[in-house]
Design a protein around this ligand. Structure first.
Ligand SMILES: Cc1ncc(COP(=O)(O)O)c(C=O)c1O
Length: 459
């Protein structure tokens, strides 16, 4: 079994604005940034060397305060398109009718749960939906349930995972960096880096590290409560293949009395183009699924889908209430979003247009030495930028130049991975063929300019 160092690097936010460079910006932008820092404090980060002030969005397009139009190849929140009229109308209608919570009887949440649970393919009644407002809350609740149900404390995550911003979830989100403490009950396993490890070895590689983590948790008296995985490994650098990767590791966790939590906050709701849920690409059955981001097309709604047996005792011994989670308006937004995914056949669009994007990027890789690897599924694509193809050396600086170069040409993406050198291309589900063509052309133009003369990018 191949091993890599789980501590090989901390994810860098390669696309963050550097306040030291504010002097080069126009006066209006500088004033807005200063006001923001004064009012919102020091913990927020802005994207890009030259931050953007958006004022309007529609479909896959955004407009800034000067009226410039941008192509959004990054948004998985307003996933069925900015300002989708069906979602806007549903939220407006519900807001003008009734907004109340889950302690009163309501039909909307039941209709939604019925329709959503069907996408998981279980027997009716075998799973339940519990609603939250954010992905962090969903993962928080999922781990609470897992710890209660198993009697164990240990959580296993991938080495650069991000699962949330609450005290609990930040405690198992290593991508927050060395200054953000991990729980003593957390173990990290390396992500399945399909660029550097032979794909045929990856399932055994991943299982090996999960077994090591289980053994270490046992040695420290924690036991394993759950393995939690984002099946597209977004913050680890985006690894979508091979797909038969998780079952041996999940089997090992089950044998040790733990649960498998599929964090679908990034990979869910048709994002991969292959299936509604990312874990389904791996042929595994999670005990708990968490979801959020695109669930309400921008309205804050998230949730947990959990097997009945897993939550039965938790339900008997504890109770769950969330003031805003599952309120009538959140449900209306989620219902409308789910309907749009279905009615506009977005899964099919993601599959077809995603394949075109990947094909176009593969072609670009033949002409541009700096593209070491193109990988992904549907509308979750990673392009690894390297300075040396033989050594596969991450080129963080060049990746930053490309992200900012695209921004200057009015196309939005970002960068991810432990070295921040993986271009993260994650357009809304409505991104069409013309959008993909514009994206590829603009990337080609950008590479022709910023790729030249930096590192080995010009070769
Ligand atoms: C995989 C994953 N899980 C959980 C979260 C947390 O979601 P939220 O920001 O809604 O709390 C995120 C957010 O980026 C995420 O990417």
């Amino acid at each position: 079994v191949v091993t890599v160092d789980a501590d090989r690097g901390r994810m860098q936010m390669n696309n963050a604005f550097d306040p030291e460079a504010a002097g080069t910006l126009d006066e209006a932008t500088r004033a807005l940034i200063e006001r923001r820092a004064r009012l919102l404090g020091p913990a927020y980060r802005l994207f890009y060397k030259e931050p953007i002030h958006f004022v309007r969005g529609k479909g896959s397009r955004l407009w800034d305060a000067q009226g410039n139009e941008y192509l959004d190849a990054y948004n998985n929140v307003v996933s069925v398109g900015h300002a989708h009229p069906a979602v806007v109308e549903a939220v407006h209608r519900q807001m003008t009718t009734l907004c109340t919570h889950t302690r009163y009887l309501q039909e909307g949440i039941l209709d939604y749960a019925e329709q959503l649970l069907e996408t998981f393919g279980g027997a009716p009644g075998a799973q339940h939906l519990m609603m939250t407002c954010t992905g962090s809350e969903a993962n928080d609740l999922a781990t609470r349930i897992a710890k209660h149900s198993t009697g164990n404390q240990g959580i296993i995550v991938t080495s650069e995972a991000y699962h949330g911003n609450s005290e609990c979830t930040a405690g198992f989100s290593p991508s927050l960096g060395d200054n953000s403490p991990l729980g003593t009950w957390v173990r990290r396993v390396p992500a399945p880096d399909s660029y550097r490890i032979r794909p045929a070895d990856l399932a055994a590689f991943f299982e090996y590290h999960v077994r090591e983590a289980i053994a270490d948790l046992r040695r420290h008296g924690q036991g394993v409560a759950a393995l939690i995985v984002d099946s597209l490994f977004s913050s680890d650098g985006i690894y979508a293949h091979p797909t038969a990767l998780l079952s041996a590791a999940v089997g090992a966790v089950h044998d040790a009395g733990g649960l498998f939590i599929a964090d679908e906050v990034q990979s869910g709701f048709a994002r991969s183009g292959d299936a509604m849920w990312g874990y389904q690409r791996h042929g595994v059955s999670p005990d708990i699924v968490t979801m959020g981001k695109p669930m309400g097309n921008g309205y804050p709604v998230a949730g947990v889908v959990v097997a009945h047996d897993v939550v039965a005792e938790f339900g008997r011994e504890l109770r769950y209430f969330n003031t805003f989670g599952g309120n009538s308006v959140a449900v209306a937004a989620a219902q409308a979003t789910l309907n749009v995914i279905d009615e506009e056949r977005l899964l099919r669009n993601v599959r077809a247009t995603g394949a075109d994007l990947l094909g176009g990027l593969d072609e670009l890789a033949q002409r541009h030495y700096c593209i070491g690897d193109v990988r992904g599924a549907g509308f979750y694509i990673g392009v690894e930028i390297v300075s040396d193809r033989d050594r596969k050396t991450p080129d963080t600086q060049l990746a930053g130049h490309i992200v900012n170069g695209l921004r200057d040409r009015r196309v939005l993406i970002s960068a991810t991975g432990p070295a921040g050198n993986v271009l993260k291309i994650r357009p809304p589900l409505v991104f069409n063929g013309d959008d993909a063509a514009r994206f590829l052309e603009t990337l080609e133009d950008t590479l022709a300019v910023v790729g030249a003369g930096i590192g080995s990018g010009a070769r």
